[in-house]
Design a protein around this ligand. Sequence first.
Ligand SMILES: [Zn+2]
Length: 84
Amino acid sequence: MKEEWEEKILCATQCSQCHERLDQRILSVYDHQVVCMECKKREEVRPDYDEVSKDMIRQCLVDTESRYGDPGGFCYHHFYPYTC
Ligand SMILES: [Zn+2]
C-alpha cells in the first residue's frame, strides 16, 4: 500500500487537474490526487472545502493508522505542500 501511493502520488510530475508540470505539489482533499498550488487555491475557496477537509483528515488518519501508521505523512500532504 505504502509503496503504491508513494510512487504514484508523491513523485507525480503533472498536476492531475490542469496538467501543469509540478514543482511544489499538494494533495486534493476531494480526490487525493496531486495538484499544483494554483489548483489548490481554487479548491480552498470551494464552499464545502472546510467540511470536506475535516472529514478527509479524520478518515485518512483512521485508515492510515490502522494500516501502516502514515509513515510518509500522506494525510498531512493534503495541507502542506511538499516536493518529491
Ligand atoms: Zn494544477
